[in-house]
Write a protein that binds this ligand. Sequence first.
Ligand code: 26Q
Length: 766
Amino acid sequence: MQYENTIRNILKNEYRKTVQNADVTALYNAVAKAALYRVQNDWDQCRLKQSKKRRACYLSAEFLIGRLIYSNLLHLGLLDETAEYLAGAGRDIREFEQIEDAALGNGGLGRLAACFLDAAAQQGKPLTGYGIRYKYGLFRQAIENGAQQEFPDDWQRFGDPFAVRRPELRYQIPFKDGVIYAVAYDLPVIPYGNAGCINTLRLFEAESDHPFDFALFNAGKYAAAVRGGENAARLHYCLYPNDAHKAGRLLRLRQEYFFTSAAIQDMLRAFEQHIGADLVKFCDYFAVQLNDTHPVLAILELIYRLTQRGMDFETAAHIAKKTFRYTNHTVLPEALEQWDAGLFKSALPHLYKIADRLNKQMVQSLFDMGIDKDRINRMQILRDGRVHMANLAVYMSEKVNGVARLHTEILKERVLADWNATDPHRIVNCTNGVTQRRWLRLCNPGLSALITEKIGDGWITDFRKFEALAPYAADSDFQNRFIACRQQNKQALCDWLRRQYGIELSADAAICVQAKRLHEYKRQLLGALGALYLYFGVKDGSITLPCPVTTLFAAKAAPGYIAAKEIIRLIHHVANIIEQDAQVSRQLRVVFVPNYNVSAAEKLIPAADLSEQLSTAGFEASGTGNMKFMLNGTPTLGTYDGANIEIVQAAGEENNYIFGMRADEVQAASGHYEPKKIYQTDERIKRAVDPLQQEFSELFAELLQQDRYFVLADLNGYVQKKLQALEDYANHPAAYAEKCIQNMAAAGRFSADRTILEYCADIWQI
Ligand code: 26Q
């Protein structure tokens, strides 16, 4: 009642509206603010309780939190109540689907950070997120003539009612060409039910030191008078939309320094204000996790700030070493961050000095250990006129972790082999996880209710409970109800696609989904060629599909990544070829779903009959989409890569569809792989690839000449396994449902709650 009154009062006082006549923006802000008021006290109390204790800080250039209104209401136990209340006033809670996602991240790494925040709050672990409050998140994607178009993402269009501006938390960031201010905005991270603790995601916005130049203003130069302020503001304006290829731009370096300096200053402020111990104790209170190399400047900044406070360099470096930990998310060499030393030095001279000194210290100590020159050289922080962020991160971190078992092995054996030889205990594995609250309870309420009916609702907060589903896998009543849930979700997806994009889809087809960022190594190209392969097979009668099949692709390409954009164009081309063939298109369809984001994932994943995870073995560090499908009871059609391997080990090979080269085979084949031979000797492959020759000549040439990602090598295996999955789905629905349920029953291990508990125990000592 209190809550409803608050909503009404906000609408009346701030908007002069009622629940009945408010526009969506007003209604959204009123509901969100009323929810926020509910947590304000608990939030303050959690903060106070944590302020004197050891805690972890998660530094990340990205937090892909998505839309917060539904998840926050769910966690507060207000979702149903709000829906009913709004319905009573003739409104529909689904109106909030118009609210933009907060897409403050590119993909996996950013979404992982968001899942970790959720999990830590749920487990009652003190974890503060630090990042940038980008004014524009990841671009909105539209498709024109089959090609990707980018549009700015003004995600705050409807406001940002959960954020609390903290003007008193304002830090000077000392750039060489002038000071910029970082001001904090806090978002509450609210656990589900009355459990855990309310943590904080603290995002910084840039502000000018002198937003307004009065001398210029008085001289009548009004535009010039505000320029300083505008320049400062540009720092947090936009998220870099590439998620692997080096940007190497000065603005990116400035962004990285901006938020990491603010974060370090905020920690030092908290330490001095609430703990007040000797600064050598800093590392007893703060464990700082670096989400890839993007926040690695924090290491140099902490040393800088400690020495500024009078600590000697060696001690400061020692404290820093005990404070930081680093997570690696990629083995692609082109994605390892390096900065031009000249650029670095001119932008951040005070940090460059520290990097240089650390490098000398490191070289000396490695030399003292008797390590040979070549190896020392490869490990250097400063080498060949570049600053190697990964080397800095590993040298200065107590623990370094990979994000799935295979990935960690590859780090130890290849990417970070020199480091592993020096200190075999530093590199550890911590397999990723996803929050079952957003990725099952919230996005799949029908299936959630079914699960809860059988095993209770403990699974929402206790990942170990998923096991209790195993006995139901062979239960035909449960299977039928599972199938009915899936069917409803498929229908809901079709309705959404029609409303949103005018796409007409049948819920009676098998729905296969490949949804993730577009990358050559993720092999959307394999999916597209697989569709052509099937198309020609169905057309000439050599392949009979057991049921109608729709393959959905959803992916954003980095705006400057030409090959990735070509693959989007190709997917549309393939969709058109099939569509124009009236015979085949009754059986087979390819559809590209534009603007993939968290909210789209929440529609796609619960509706998928098959989860396509096609990366070249050895390249996908972990993948987390694969876990979301598993959690919703969708078998994986995939390669032995990243966390797919662990998924299959947990859920059973017989309940998934694995194909293709293994990572060691890929490694062994590099150098003497001849894709052209495959093309020339296999007629079915030739006819699937030939349609690329004219309009997609560069993709065609790459496939025949190099095929760096072994697409042709895996094409037959992929299609055969897909056909087998479809055959099981169509002709053995009970057995297929059993596989689905076995996947859910084994999904507990892939809860972010498990992952966070591992970080706490093995990496943070919390
Ligand atoms: C670097 C420099 C300049 C500009 C941008 C970047 C940049 C930004 C984002 C580089 C990489 C990323 C994102 C990487 C990423 O999302 N990696 C994924 O991380 C997931 C979580 O661990 C894994 O599951 C995926 O396998 C991995 O690809």
